[in-house]
Design a protein around this ligand. Structure first.
Ligand SMILES: [Zn+2]
Length: 382
């Protein structure tokens, strides 16, 4: 929200963000509001439905309302942000009725149906683009040991994506902090500028981290899904899911933060069997969890699985050339493996071995990381 307000203000368009972290001077606000100073008001559902703003907008109806990240209505409205579900009845209580537009980059056909029926949207007014992002190379790896997964993350951030901007997503705050600490400890040259982000950080800390990340002063951000909404940063080259996300919608939303400048970017989904248990303990939506588990198990083109999930028609025999199953280099690799000149060692493996060798100097951090697993309650989510 603050990021969008900032960009509008840069273009001399008056805007304000109204949310729980913004201490509002009501008198000043009302004064400017009465003068129609604000072209755009950004407001969270919780704030909008508070008695003060509820009355204000009923008396002074806005001409136009946009609901951004509209899939939250279906994904979050039933659980920890119930105000989302109250928006349709509130909007219909405003007269004259404002024009309404809802936007989302990640809505399955079920979510679209849910939004359309609740906000009374005619099907002729629903527009959908393709979910296919050909500049995102998708890959998925399963690990039997958490230690292996951690080493692979080290390989990615210190070697494969060295000097590039990226995000690592974890499920819980605790996991975010431990992973950040462990990566920092393994940064032997102290070159990686990283920070961790989750809903438990202070408002000031969040603002500083967000700004530094956007200004390329922080290279790697380790975060829960609390980070990202409304953030517009074009040069994110990689997104790593250090644990399985809770649902397909979150996964697609989060990988969608990579490569917005349309340059080649990479998305790595790293899975350990206990990720499912962590979600189950957090009481995340079981049917959504089932769907992303099925996604992770199916050995088919990752892009096509995403398109099918969101109801796009795509033939089974086409190749995306942007995932590990369809990559041209996969064929080259297989043909080399079958040729007389077999590959004896892979660079990846050698680099991982080097990291293992170095890790042996810091076993206590490694053990701390691998001990993290299940049992977190709802209050550490986000
Ligand atoms: Zn593919």
């Amino acid at each position: 929200m603050e990021d969008q307000v900032f960009h509008l203000r840069e273009k001399n368009i008056s805007a304000i963000g109204l949310h729980s972290a913004n201490k509002l001077n009501k008198k000043t606000f009302l004064n400017l509001f009465a003068k129609q100073h604000y072209k755009f008001i950004y407001i969270s559902p919780e704030k909008l439905l508070s008695p003060f703003f509820r009355k204000l907008f009923q008396k002074n109806p806005p001409r136009f309302i946009a609901v951004d990240e509209a899939h939250c209505f279906s994904l979050w409205g039933h659980n920890f942000r119930p105000e989302y579900r109250k928006l349709p009845s509130y909007f219909s209580s405003i007269y004259p009725t404002p024009h309404l537009a809802l936007f989302t980059a990640t809505a399955s056909s079920e979510v679209v149906k849910d939004i359309a029926s609740n906000f009374d949207i005619n099907k002729n007014n629903i527009y959908a683009g393709s979910f296919f992002r050909k500049n995102l190379f998708l890959s998925l790896k399963k690990f039997h040991l958490k230690s292996q997964r951690f080493l692979y993350i080290c390989y990615l951030v210190f070697h494969k994506y060295k000097n590039q901007n990226g995000i690592i997503y974890c499920i819980t705050r605790k996991e975010v902090e431990v992973l950040a600490q462990a990566i920092e400890k393994h940064d032997f040259h102290k070159q990686l500028k990283l920070a961790f982000f989750h809903a438990g950080r202070s408002q000031k800390e969040k603002e500083v981290i967000q700004k530094k990340f956007i200004d390329n002063k922080i290279q790697l951000l380790i975060t829960t899904n609390a980070f990202g909404m409304g953030i517009d940063k074009s040069n994110i080259r990689f997104v790593i899911h250090a644990q399985m996300p809770s649902c397909m919608e979150h996964y697609v939303q989060e990988i969608g933060r990579a490569g917005r400048d349309r340059k080649q970017s990479f998305c790595e989904l790293l899975i350990h069997p206990t990720d499912i248990t962590v979600h189950e303990n957090l009481s995340n939506n079981p049917s959504a969890l089932k769907k992303i588990t099925a996604f992770s198990k199916s050995k088919k083109c990752h892009h096509k699985k995403i398109l099918w999930f969101f109801g796009e028609k795509v033939s089974d025999d086409s190749r995306c050339n942007a995932c590990e199953y369809c990559s041209p280099s996969k064929d080259i690799f297989i043909s080399k493996m079958n040729s007389k000149n077999k590959i004896n060692s892979s660079q990846t493996f050698i680099k991982q071995q080097k990291i293992i060798f170095r890790y042996q100097q810091y076993p206590e951090f490694f053990n701390q990381y691998t001990a993290i697993g299940t049992g977190y309650s709802q209050d550490v989510l986000k």
